[in-house]
Design a protein. Structure first.
Length: 469
């Protein structure tokens, strides 16, 4: 790993240190190094040391020392795909496939506004953070006219909760009158979308090593975005040096749509529009053949795998074990909570393993591969593997201390198996950038009851607006 910048300080005063010791440690480094017991030392916002046994003696400026007996420390979880606004429409279209689900929900989503999005983002983030997520990506692509600063609302929510955030400014320019699914007033012209996306990058994107906020470019999908907008979005992202994100190969219907409209499958279409590369990741990628997987591996294109959402909408099972063998970067995603009502990523560790064993047998995916998908794999997909996703000196102090000695886990001797195969493990401590965001299973940066109450009110307001037309 390349040398990281030094921890912040004035050159004479060491940053405050947090010491965690006597715990199992799963570093998820290149060698899957583990220690039982081991220690992690955090200095400021960086990991200073990781190793077996107790922490080094004689450390100065130790402001907190944690006895991690009965716990496992891992890198923080990285969510690669979400739609925060959907928190307000959970539980609807329960027995629908993707296209029927979209048809039912787009008229509701087209009524969102800034207050709703801020409230939904707080709830979505709170649920993930409480379950060990330290970095979250979101794909927001619904921008009804006159709805306010929706991307800014999400960014404000992430800042309030203290999570590392990768928002992607989405877009759609195929409304109902052009054969698309969303109402015309909920889509933009290509020029409007590109101008707003560039403004979002110029206003918010921070490319620094310890950035808390990186913006991406994310037209929604081949069936809701014109070819011209796809091409120009890729050109904009590369001109600005930011990452690209979209939905890809999610359903059989999408593949048929691409072949009928473009004369080629989704992967070939993406390549023809500049949408394959090591600065690109796509959500789902369920229906891919060997040639598609080879193209992703050859170009370094990443995948945000969303097993629960794919199951909820009966989209199918992505060929993740084949992708991993081919060298495709793969991370995990919650997806929007209108298609994964749990809203959690740590449950996806288990679900991914179970889904792929059903499809490919008992050796299709193991517990350590699953943990890697949720940590280092996600960081790689988001272009942040040099900074986070594993516990290594010099990396950012994004980590989670899981309690695994309670009723649900105490008889599972392997700590990683306890985390992945057992029930959701309580989060004793979660640090983002060296700062606590969860303590003893509760948020420390916001009040969960307030978030729940406000989300319920905004969900009802959205339903009322949608019913009124």
């Amino acid at each position: 790993m390349a040398a990281a910048p030094s921890p912040p300080g004035d050159g004479t005063t060491a940053p405050p240190r947090t010491v965690i010791e006597n715990c199992a440690v799963a570093t998820v480094d290149a060698h899957d190094t583990e220690h039982a017991p081991g220690h992690v030392v955090v200095a400021g916002n960086r990991i200073e040391s990781v190793g077996p046994g107790p922490a080094p003696t004689g450390l100065a400026h130790v402001t907190r020392r944690i006895d991690g007996t009965g716990h496992l420390v891992t890198p923080g979880l990285v969510n690669t795909h979400h739609h925060f606004y959907q928190w307000l429409t959970r539980g609807l279209a329960q027995d629908a496939n993707l296209f029927d689900w979209l048809t039912a929900l787009y008229p509701v989503w087209s009524r969102i506004d800034e207050r709703m999005v801020h409230t939904a983002a707080r709830a979505s983030l709170a649920m993930m953070v409480r379950g060990g997520v330290t970095t979250a990506a979101d794909h927001h692509y619904v921008f009804p006219r006159g709805s306010g600063d929706l991307l800014g609302a999400e960014i404000r929510a992430a800042r309030e909760l203290g999570v590392r955030f990768s928002p992607t400014r989405g877009s759609m320019d195929r409304g109902e009158s052009d054969g698309g699914l969303p109402p015309d007033f909920a889509v933009e012209s290509p020029d409007q979308a590109l101008a707003a996306t560039e403004e979002a990058i110029d206003t918010h994107h921070d490319p620094s090593f310890d950035s808390m906020l990186r913006v991406g470019v994310a037209p929604c999908s081949p069936f809701s975005v014109s070819t011209e907008l796809m091409r120009q979005s890729a050109e904009l992202a590369r001109r600005k040096g930011v990452r690209l994100h979209t939905h890809g190969s999610e359903t059989v219907e999408e593949e048929q749509f691409c072949k009928e409209l473009f004369g080629m499958g989704p992967t070939d279409y993406f390549e023809s529009t500049g949408w394959l590369g090591d600065d690109v990741w796509m959500a789902h990628c369920v229906h891919m053949n060997d040639t598609d997987i080879e193209a992703f591996a050859r170009t370094g294109t990443g995948v945000g795998h969303c097993p629960s959402s794919n199951a909820r909408l009966a989209a199918g099972t992505a060929r993740v074990p084949d992708m991993l063998r081919a060298g495709v970067p793969v991370g995990l995603g919650v997806d929007g909570t209108a298609s994964n009502e749990s809203g959690e990523l740590h449950t996806e560790l288990r679900n991914a393993l179970l889904v792929h064993r059903l499809a490919g047998g008992e050796k299709a995916l193991n517990v350590r591969q699953s943990l890697r998908l949720g940590t280092h794999g996600g960081a790689r997909v988001l272009g942040r593997a040099a900074e986070t996703g594993s516990l290594e000196p010099g990396k950012l102090a994004d980590l989670v201390l899981w309690r695994i000695d309670g009723l649900g886990h105490s008889t599972i001797a392997d700590p990683v198996a306890a985390l992945v195969l057992g029930p959701p493990a309580p989060v004793a401590l979660s640090l983002v950038n060296g700062r606590p965001v969860v303590e003893d299973g509760r948020l420390v940066t916001a009040d969960e009851d307030t978030i729940a109450r406000e989300a319920r009110a905004e969900s009802r307001r959205l339903a009322s607006l949608a019913e009124g037309g």
